[in-house]
Design a protein around this ligand. Sequence first.
Ligand code: CA
Ligand code: CA
Ligand code: CA
Length: 303
Amino acid sequence: MYSLPQPTHHPCNQVGKGSLIGNPVGFLDDSGMTVGKLYVRGWAIDPDTTSAITVHTYIDGNLMGATTANTYRPDVGTAYPGYGDNHGYYAEYTVGVGTHQVCTYAINTGAGDGNPQLPSCKSVQVVDPNPDYNGDGFSDLAILHQVTDGGADLHMLFGSTSPLSNSGTWLCSLAGSAGWSWSNMKAVTGDFNGNGYQDLAILAKRTDGGADVHVLYGGPGSSPLGNTTTITRSLPGPGWDWTKMKVTAGDTTATTSATSSCFTKLLTAERMSTSSSAARPRSAIPLPGYAVCRLRRAGTGRR
Ligand SMILES: [Ca+2]
Ligand SMILES: [Ca+2]
Ligand SMILES: [Ca+2]
């Protein structure tokens, strides 16, 4: 049995000396998404062997698989002299959309009395890149259809093995009596609250010439986009000008990890000057609970 020195290469390591005797040590450095799969990356060493040990990955409390911690990690080798440089681990797993709790455990070899959970578990956000409003893996088709009162009805054709064949298509009414106007709507899809389900943002022209941003939220089952309280952000005129808005959506921080403060952002673009017709990003609209990512350049304030 050996006594391992305190690790020095990772400021977040919470392993104490008392836990080192006999039981493995290690860390879950990172977890996130890559090419559609959830990955885990870290290192693990058992003080009773210089050989690679086994690491188990649990996602949402379920054992996903075992991997051998034998990849090249010279930083770990430096921190634990005599154990060699090959004690890193990396594995990928298939998961569904939503928020997942990811934990890894080092499996003890020889002396020791447990298989410790490696600090620290990660929360990973998985977003379906397709316009899949109910998160079943099939892209869906949202249709806004004008109605006689001047508003619109929202219909959905669901993807499935018999795609777009559902007979009940109506999801909600955006009625003229509620202030909706068919000729003053712009719609865009994105996962604006970062829960893995695609949402539908609708910009509606305001009487002051600006726009209100409404969000209908995706969710499981046959009735996504069914929430009734939809105003998420007002962009009042005359600073905001409906006639000069175009919309797109995307994840401007390209992250899938909940450790980041930013998820999907809704962007608007506006023609910046009368001398240029090019649409340039103007600013990101902060949605409730999420950090703001300002895109406005210095010296290019709102006109
Ligand atoms: Ca051991
Ligand atoms: Ca779907
Ligand atoms: Ca969503």
